[in-house]
Every structure is written in C-alpha cells, then in structure tokens.
Design a protein around this ligand. Structure first.
Ligand SMILES: Cc1cc2nc3c(=O)[nH]c(=O)nc-3n(C[C@H](O)[C@H](O)[C@H](O)COP(=O)(O)O)c2cc1C
Length: 196
C-alpha cells in the first residue's frame, strides 16, 4: 500500500490548519491505494534546525531529527495543508523541510491551501519553488480554499462545499498517478545505483 503523509503546516494557537487537515484525511481515506497518516507540525514540535551536518549526509545527532527522517522516508506521497502568512508559507514548514534532503527526493506533493481572497495560492507557489530543490514533484492540481473562516462551523469543524470537494477528488486522482510513477522511478534509481 502507498503511504500518504498529510503535513499540517500551521502551529499557532487558534489555527484552522488542523480542521482542514482532518477533513482532508477523512476524504483521502476513501482511496484504498493509500495508507494515510497526519503529520501535524504542532505535535511534532521540531526545534529550529539544530543539526551540524548538511542533511544530505544523514548524520543526524538528535532523536527528533531521526524520527522526522523516518516519517518522511516512509512516505510515497505528501499532501501539504498550507496556510498563507504574508504571501508565503509558514516558518515551521520551512524549518521541517530544511531538516532533511534525500527523504524528500522523487516524491509527489499535492497542496490544500487556504487563506483570504487568494486562498493560499501564493504560499503554494513559494512552496513549489522550494520543494523542487529537494526533487519533490509539486502537482498543478490543487485544492484552494478562499475565506477559510466561512467554512468553519460552530463546532470548529471544516465543512467543504461541492467545488472544494470536487477539486479534492481531482487532486487525489492525479496524486495516485504520480505516486505510482515516482515509486517505480525510485526503485529503478535504487537498482541502477546498486548495479551500475
Ligand atoms: C501572521 C499572519 C499573516 C497572514 N497573512 C495572510 C496573507 O498573506 N494572505 C492571506 O490570504 N491570509 C493571511 N492571513 C490570514 C490567514 O490566511 C488565516 O488566518 C488562516 O486561518 C491562517 O491559517 P492557520 O489558521 O492555520 O494559522 C494571515 C494570518 C496571519 C496570522
């Protein structure tokens, strides 16, 4: 089974990110191709990057780095639940990305973004640029949620409308294609490097 990690990028008190992430995790569990796990950066609570060696060396000194490495290494695909702060993505997400290198390589990332009128689209553009430096393949089909506060009910649950739900299914179908293709690609890269 393919491993899908849903990364929740916001960590502040009162954040909406977890509500959006919980909704998307429930929706993605309809796809039997994936085993789904939420990686909530608030719970994971990584300190500011504190490893001396470049992540390419994988010489992690700290237990939190080793645990984060293991989680990203076992992933076949990512969905990043991205808030938008000042036209960019969150600081905790950049920190979590920078901890690792090879663990991200040749894996697809899809995005569920939210915010004001732009629905987090500017954060996704910035995120895509950063992720390609780690050989992550960012998908062009995204879920974009403008005016996030309109979709939160009295029980603090995210309630999607039909347009958002449809875009989520389109994105999931695209993610399945890329996840399978890149998993094959990773295994052939591994075989080639063992038997050049
Ligand atoms: C520091 C800060 C900066 C923000 N900047 C933007 C922005 O540039 N564009 C936008 O659409 N919304 C912006 N917002 C509004 C957020 O999209 C909204 O608060 C959203 O709920 C943030 O995600 P979170 O609740 O998961 O933290 C900003 C919010 C904060 C707290």
């Amino acid at each position: 089974m393919l491993q899908l990690k849903i990364i929740i990028a916001s960590t502040r008190p009162g954040r909406k990110g977890r509500m959006v992430g919980d909704w998307f995790a429930t929706l993605s569990q309809q796809y039997s191709e994936f085993k789904v796990e939420i990686l909530d950066l608030k719970e994971i609570n990584l300190p500011d990057m504190d490893e001396a060696a470049h992540p390419k060396m994988m010489q992690y000194q700290h237990e939190h780095s080793k645990q984060w490495s293991a989680k990203i290494d076992e992933a076949d695909a990512f969905v990043i639940v991205a808030c938008e702060y000042n036209h960019g993505f969150s600081g905790p997400l950049k920190n979590a990305i920078d901890y690792l290198y090879s663990e991200w390589n040749y894996k697809p990332a899809a995005f569920v973004s939210y915010g004001g009128v732009a629905g987090g689209a500017r954060a996704v553009l910035m995120l895509s640029q950063v992720l390609t430096s780690l050989k992550v393949v960012p998908l062009s089909d995204t879920v974009t949620i403008p005016f996030i506060y309109k979709f939160i009910d009295h029980d603090q649950q995210f309630l999607a409308n039909d347009v958002i739900t449809k875009s989520a299914h389109i994105m999931m179908q695209e993610l399945i294609h890329w996840t399978k293709a890149l998993k094959d690609m990773r295994s052939s890269i591994l075989t080639t490097s063992i038997n050049p």
